[in-house]
Structure formats: structure tokens, C-alpha cells
Design a protein around this ligand. Sequence first.
Ligand code: KIV
Length: 289
Amino acid sequence: MSTFTIDTGTSRATPSPVPGKRMTAPSIRARKVDGKTEQPIVMLTAYTMRMAQLLDPHCDMLLVGDSLGQVIYGLPSTIPVTMDMMCAHGAAVVRGSWHALVAVDMPFGSYEASPRQAFESASRIMKETGCAAVKLEGGEAMAPTIEFLTHRGIPVIGHVGLTPQAVNILGGYGARGREKREAGKIIADAKAVDEAGAFCIVVEGVLEGIADDIVGEVATPVIGIGASARCDGQVLVIDDMLGMFERTPRFVKRYDDLATRIGEAARTYAEEVRARSFPTADQTYRPKP
Ligand code: KIV
């Protein structure tokens, strides 16, 4: 079981600034009015308390994505991600944020069997993390589940196009919708998720024109990743945009090269330890005068 507040006396956490009002599912949904979004929605993934603290002031939403399977746990895909993982990281991100809406991904196998299974999983995620929404993958097939959840107090983010939990059906992580039939299906998926009551929809890895069509055809905000600049908002995996990995998908823009900087810091530390030049007097305790 998790706590929702940071105990600054026992952790390294920096206290939250003046507590403000968190973004809510209705406030995100209300950003798109009559098909137009004046202020694009900013979303990043976060998996840890400290990263959530750093991202929170800049984001409308933080997504505890099941991409944590690959990013944090080194798993080959999102398929093995568990409810326990999502709950632990979801609670950490809620503890490290005060402004952004925190949404937690429902892991593979936790919601597809029935709306009832989805409710049990989503309610556990919300109780144990304090998050305000869940995200699940799938279009027309998941519409009854999205409707079931939203009618029972659980805000849902849809996810269509390239759906990584379906990698074994899709055969890889390439962009979707190159064939006319599949393009039509992705648009139908987005419409079904919209009509089922999702308060926003992630559209991932599709040809730009498909994303543009979806933005124009659904009432709810569309959050793009590998989609289109015309989406109502954008999301990226934080470790990708910070340059933590050597290989990233084409749609990622690297805003930093943290992998290189971390490697350099570790190399300098190792050299200083081996040369006995760390620690110095500044980093050692002496008797008080
Ligand atoms: O798991 C994740 O990080 C996601 C984003 C890529 C949208 O679903």
C-alpha cells in the first residue's frame, strides 16, 4: 500500500512548491472546443518520484507508461509488465507531482478479458497509486470496456495506431496505416474510443495524414507520438527525449544526451576513486571544533 504524500523528513524529496490545483480529466478534455485546441497538451512519461518532480511543472499530464518494462526493467517488450510494477511506479510518480494529471497504463492481460476485469484492475491502480486516470490500448474492441469504466468513475485515455502490447499480432514496431484498409480501421478505432467516452486518445506511430484525419474527426483531444504536429498534444518517452538510449524511433527528438553525460560523470568518479583524490576534506566528517 502506498502513501500519497512525500515525507520530506525521511526522504531526499524536495518539498512541493505551493500546492496548486491538479489538472483533471475534465480540464484536459475541455482543452479541445469545437474541434480546436488553443493550447496544445504537454505529456511525458515518468516512472520515478524524482523525475516526476522535475517534469511536473512543465507538463499537463504525466504518463506512467508500461514502456517502463523496457526503459526501467530491461524487458524485451511491454508484454511481461505486471500490475505490481505499474502500481509501485504509479504511486512514486503521484508522490512526486502536484500539478500534472497522472495517468497509469493498464498492463497487458489486466483488462482485455472483460469490462469487469478491467474495472477490477483499474480500481486497484487508482486505489494504490492515487492516479486520476488509466490508459489502455485498443480501438473498437475496447470501446465497451472504456464505456464501462467511464460510467463507473474511471477516466480513460485511449491508445490506437501502433499499440505495443499487440506487437505479436502486428509483427513489429513499424508505423501503421500504410495500407488503405488499415488506415480506415485506425480512424474507426479512434472514433469508437471517442464515442465510448475516453477523455483523450493517444495516437501512436501512424502516417501523418491518418493522425490529421483523426484530429479532425474526434471530439476529444488527440495526443500524438510519431503522429502529427497538428495533434492536440504530444507525448514522448522521457528516457528517449533525454538521450538515454543509443537507438530511438525516428519520431523521437533528443533534447539532451544524458547517456554521454552520465558516462562521463561515472568515468571521472572512477578515476578520482582510483587516484584517491575523492573524497576530499569537503566530503569527510571531522570532529566539531
Ligand atoms: O507506455 C508508454 O510509454 C506509452 C507512450 C509511448 C504513449 O504508451
